[in-house]
Design a protein around this ligand. Structure first.
Ligand SMILES: NC(=O)c1ccc[n+]([C@@H]2O[C@H](COP(=O)([O-])OP(=O)(O)OC[C@H]3O[C@@H](n4cnc5c(N)ncnc54)[C@H](O)[C@@H]3O)[C@@H](O)[C@H]2O)c1
Length: 419
């Protein structure tokens, strides 16, 4: 049996490789190997039937060198400390790649939220916020949505924190409903960012998005939105999947109709969607389709070495965090598949979270056009920084992105005199 997948070890391997390319001494970056703070909490929850269950939750603060910790909170049955640690580190690098003034953090609760009622989910979120209260805040650590959490959950979280503070404190989380301090454009920001970087890479590689064949794994906030916006750009989205399986049509799927179907009710899945010409394929088949662009936008550890051997896409744009393993990445590199890495591709969410936080601090709101235009400016700038660094060092875009990120964090560390 192979070694168990550990996302934190995967992160460390990439970090070492990028640091070597930057000619850093280990002393220069050793502190990035250790999260600054790891908090584990036990969350007692009164269930609707009166019984009590205890769920485990985490908040990891990886690096605060460049600003307050920033990163989402995930509700999923597989959440564990190593996953949260890796996700927190990736947030530090992501914020540095696009140069927003944040460090990295991440949180999660080990729970299958589909098994909870709405009331139970709200009580769980409020208790989790209360337990994190001593270590979060608008200038300290600012959570946001991630897998299985959304604007509604952020609203409850913000309310619980504000109650403890004794005043409304919208800047403690981002991704909130618009009516209570959320930003226009935040809901679609990660998917929109993916659309922008996909457009930029298509320009660099000289192919048109119009008619380009795309497969997307994951139909949630990130995958669903990316699929929809690329569909609007004229891409032919031939496959889309979720936890219930994948759908495929070689002539292209009607993504607007599919997203409308999924969003009509909480918990709707692709297995219940049907239309003439559609066939059902496995998630593995989706990942190995003969397409121009593959967008894994569900969870980590999808493009393993075995699956990567069979990947036929020309370009992989990582919507999810950590979808490609270290070994899988080497296989893709050897095959000449261009990978736009997660820490660049999916940072539209944290960019607009930053705009939301700025609006909250100033008690001011921007219109959606301003949000989308500034998102485009920052992410395209990040893309060009990564592209140029990779070209100069004759390396992959992943290494280019890590070199940009680590370079910025190490410089800030030296300037602060923490080394
Ligand atoms: N929400 C954000 O702003 C944001 C920002 C950056 C990165 N991300 C990352 O993007 C990824 C997706 O996050 P999201 O916010 O879209 O979550 P989500 O909960 O909205 O959607 C997740 C999607 O993945 C599907 N899925 C789950 N397990 C699967 C499996 N085994 N096979 C295929 N599909 C599966 C789900 O059914 C759902 O369609 C995560 O890696 C997350 O960390 C999210």
């Amino acid at each position: 049996m192979g070694k168990k997948y550990n996302p934190y070890d995967e992160m460390l391997q990439v970090l070492d490789r990028a640091a070597e390319m930057l000619n850093l001494e280990e002393d220069d970056y050793i502190q990035l190997k250790y999260p600054e703070r790891e908090l584990k909490v036990a969350i007692p929850l009164r269930m609707d039937d009166g019984s009590i269950k205890v769920f485990e939750g985490y908040r990891v603060q990886h690096s605060g060198v460049r600003g307050p910790y920033k990163g989402g909170m995930r509700y999923h049955q597989n959440v564990d400390l190593d996953e949260v640690k890796a996700l927190a580190a990736w947030m530090s690098f992501k914020c540095a790649v696009v140069n927003v003034p944040y460090g990295g953090g991440k949180g999660g609760v080990t729970v299958d939220p589909t098994k909870l009622s709405k009331g139970e989910l709200e009580r769980l979120t409020r208790k989790y916020a209360t337990l994190l209260y001593p270590v979060i805040g608008p200038q300290v650590d600012i959570p946001a949505p991630d897998v299985n959490t959304n604007a509604e959950v952020m609203g409850w979280f913000m309310d619980a924190y504000s109650t403890l503070e004794g005043h409304l404190s919208p800047g403690v989380v981002t991704g909130k409903p618009i009516e209570i301090g959320g930003s226009l454009g935040r809901g679609e920001a990660t998917g929109r960012g993916i659309m922008f970087v996909t457009r930029e890479i298509s320009k660099k590689l000289n192919f048109s998005l119009k008619g380009a064949k795309v497969a997307v794994q994951g139909a949630g906030n990130v995958g669903g939105t990316a699929a929809k916006l690329l569909f609007r750009e004229g891409c032919q989205v031939v496959a889309l999947s979720d936890v219930s399986g994948a759908i495929y049509n070689e002539e292209g799927l009607d993504i607007e109709e599919i997203i409308e179907f999924l969003q009509a009710e909480r918990g709707r899945l692709l297995k219940d969607y049907n239309t003439p010409g559609l066939s059902r394929i496995s998630n593995e088949e989706l990942l190995t389709l003969d397409v121009d662009i593959l967008i894994p936008a569900a969870l980590e550890n999808q493009l393993t070495a075995d699956i990567s051997k069979n990947v036929r896409a020309k370009v992989v744009v990582e919507g999810a965090n950590g979808p490609t393993t270290f070994e899988g990445d080497k296989v893709l590199e050897d095959k000449g598949v261009i990978v736009v890495p997660d820490i660049l591709a999916n940072c539209g969410g944290v960019i607009v979270s930053y705009f939301e936080w700025v609006q909250n601090l100033q008690s001011f709101s921007w219109d959606e056009e301003r949000v989308n235009n500034q998102l485009e400016d920052l992410i395209v700038k990040g893309f060009n920084d990564v592209w140029n660094t990779a070209q100069e060092a004759d390396t992959t875009l992943r290494m280019g992105a890590y070199m940009v990120a680590i370079g910025r964090i190490v410089t800030a560390t030296k300037m602060r005199g923490l080394a």
